[in-house]
Design a binder for this molecule. Structure first.
Ligand code: 8IG
Length: 269
């Protein structure tokens, strides 16, 4: 940890978790979910909302920057579990630093969560994945060149995306494919050549989030489930240009399937 630093992001997360417990009245959250582009409509299917707060009510969070991302955190009861649902995330491309990107993950860990579901909207390299196809993340390639961890803390990332949770998800929906998620820094989309490179190095999904958060989650000892919603074919895979409206539309169209998927997976975590 950062015991010589004047301020520690872990301490800030502990403060955020304390404030979260105070504002929601929920002492402890069991499972955290981060809803990425296109996943927001799934939130309403997850269970009974206990409380909803603005991210900016908690120490260390800043306002959401992207259309279709709402800067809210919802506390939800689902059976005997309490869920902590982040309805938006901070992206690396916002330039607020890696600590800001992974602050929700560290806050969730400090709030007692033992599992984290990371969702995102992304581009797909497999032409069979039409917009609106959910894909399980089996592994990632982090092309940001950054880590959320500072110092000689050599965290093992084998089985980062829990094979147990992937198997459970596939039991619920046998049609789910798996893919390797490549996190680019963004905010521009890839060139067709970069998409080809992503495929050559073993990737099949391209996006601008998730990998750094998954690393921080593993550092914190959380079990991670990663779910991508392919909202567009990656650049050059189809002859269509990419646009953000297409992303939002794919999410709306796939909302029920993804909401059901998430809702049914939660009890298996
Ligand atoms: I939604 O095609 C969404 N996010 N890098 N590439 C990258 N990020 C994305 C894409 C995409 N689609």
């Amino acid at each position: 940890m950062t015991d010589t630093a004047p301020y520690s992001p872990y301490d800030l997360a502990t403060e955020a978790a304390a404030k979260l417990a105070e504002l929601t009245g929920v002492e402890r959250h069991d499972i955290a979910l981060v809803l990425g582009s296109g996943w927001l409509p799934a939130a309403d299917m997850l269970g009974e909302p206990i409380a909803e707060i603005a991210t900016t009510d908690l120490p260390g969070f800043s306002a959401a920057a992207v259309a279709g991302h709402s800067g809210k955190i919802r506390s939800i009861r689902s059976g005997d579990r309490t869920l902590l649902v982040f309805l938006s995330r901070t992206h690396y491309y916002e330039g607020k630093g890696v600590d800001a990107v992974v602050h929700p993950v560290r806050t969730a860990a400090a709030a007692g969560a033992r599992a984290l579901v990371l969702t995102n909207g992304c581009g797909g390299l497999n032409p069979a994945w039409s917009p609106g196809t959910p894909v399980l993340i089996s592994d990632h390639i982090n092309l940001t060149g950054r880590s959320p961890i500072v110092g000689a803390h050599f965290v093992d990332l084998t089985d980062l995306y829990s094979s147990r949770l992937r198997a459970a998800a596939k039991e619920l929906d046998p049609s789910l494919d798996e893919g390797v998620y490549v996190q680019f820094p963004g905010p521009h989309y890839e060139t067709p050549a970069e998409v080809r490179m992503a495929g050559i190095i073993g990737g099949s999904l391209v996006g601008m989030s998730t990998a750094l958060e998954a690393i921080a989650a593993r550092e914190a000892g959380l079990e991670v489930l990663g779910l991508s919603l392919v909202t567009n074919l990656a650049a050059g895979i189809s002859d269509q240009p990419l646009n953000h409206e297409e992303v939002l539309e794919a999410g709306r169209a796939a909302a029920t399937r993804m909401g059901e998927l998430l809702t049914r997976i939660v009890p298996r975590i």
